[in-house]
Write a protein of this length. Structure first.
Ligand code: 1GP
Length: 237
C-alpha cells in the first residue's frame, strides 16, 4: 500500500472544516489527481473527517489522512500520514506528540498503514507555523541540510516542504529535492493554477494543492493538467 505513494505526482489536500459542495468534490475526485489527503491545522474533528471520508470513498482514488489531532483519527483510510516538523522550535511537534500518542494508543496503531512525513515549515504566517514555531530563517543550504536529516539520518520516506498559503522559493525546493537521496519530495503552498503547478512540479516530486480548491476551483483543477497532461480520467465506482 505504501508503495503507491511513489507514483503520486499530484495530491489535493481537503480540509474537513471547510464546506465543499458535492459538485465540487466530484470535480476534484474525477480530476485525474493521484490522491486525496484529508487534514488541516485547525478545526479538524472526528465527525467532520468521517463525513468527508465517506463522501470521497464514492470514488476510486486513494484517500489518506494527515493526522494533526489524535481525537480526529478515523478508521478506514488507505494510509495515515504522520507529520514530524523537523524545524519546529516547539519540540512537541518533532517527537513529543508522537511519543504521547504511542504511549496511549500504541497497541492499536496499524503500523503497516503509517507513513511519516518530515515537514519543513517555511511560511511563518501560516497556521501550522503559528502552531509549531518553526525556524523559517533558512537559506537553501539550511533547508537542504534538514532534508538530509530526514532522508539520511531518519530514513523518512517523505520530506514535505510546506509553504502553506504562499508560493515558495522554487530554488529552495529544487535544492531540497537534490539533497534527497531516497525520500520523496512533497511541495505544498500557493499552488493556485496551471502556471504555479508547472513551476512547483519542476522542482518537487509531488505537489499538493489545498486552498485553491476553495477559492478558485477551475484553476485548482487545472493544476492536475500541469502535472500529467495526457492522463486518462479515473471512473467513479
Ligand atoms: C497545505 O501544503 C498544503 O498543507 C497546500 O498549501 O493550501 O497553500 O495550497 P495551500
Amino acid at each position: 500500500m505504501k508503495e503507491m505513494i511513489k507514483e503520486w505526482k499530484h495530491i489535493f489536500k481537503l480540509d474537513p472544516d471547510r464546506e465543499l459542495t458535492d459538485e465540487a468534490l466530484d470535480a476534484v475526485c474525477m480530476s485525474g489527481s493521484d490522491a486525496i489527503m484529508i487534514g488541516g491545522s485547525s478545526g479538524v474533528t472526528y465527525d467532520n473527517t468521517v463525513d468527508l471520508l465517506s463522501r470521497v470513498r464514492r470514488y476510486e482514488l486513494p484517500c489518506v489522512q494527515e493526522i494533526s489531532d489524535l481525537e480526529a483519527v478515523v478508521p478506514g483510510f488507505d494510509l495515515y500520514m504522520v507529520p514530524m516538523v523537523l524545524n519546529a522550535q516547539d519540540t512537541r511537534w518533532i517527537t513529543g506528540q508522537h511519543q504521547a500518542a504511542i504511549e496511549q494508543f500504541g497497541y492499536m496503531i496499524p503500523w503497516e498503514l503509517i507513513v511519516c512525513e518530515g515537514y519543513i515549515v517555511l511560511n511563518p504566517d501560516s497556521t501550522v507555523a503559528r502552531l509549531t514555531s518553526p525556524n523559517t530563517e533558512l537559506e537553501a543550504e539550511g533547508v537542504a541540510a534538514y532534508v538530509q536529516v530526514a532522508d539520511r539520518l531518519m530514513n523518512l520516506p517523505i520530506v514535505y516542504i510546506e509553504y502553506s498559503g504562499t508560493f515558495g522559493d522554487m530554488e529552495t525546493v529544487e535544492a531540497a529535492r537534490h539533497a534527497a537521496y531516497q525520500s520523496q519530495l512533497f511541495y505544498g503552498g500557493g499552488i493556485v493554477d496551471y502556471d504555479t503547478a508547472v513551476k512547483a512540479a519542476k522542482a518537487a516530486d509531488t505537489i499538493v494543492v489545498g486552498n485553491a480548491v476553495y477559492y478558485d476551483l477551475p484553476s485548482a483543477l487545472a493544476t492536475v493538467q500541469a502535472v500529467k497532461p495526457v492522463e486518462t480520467k479515473p471512473t467513479s465506482k
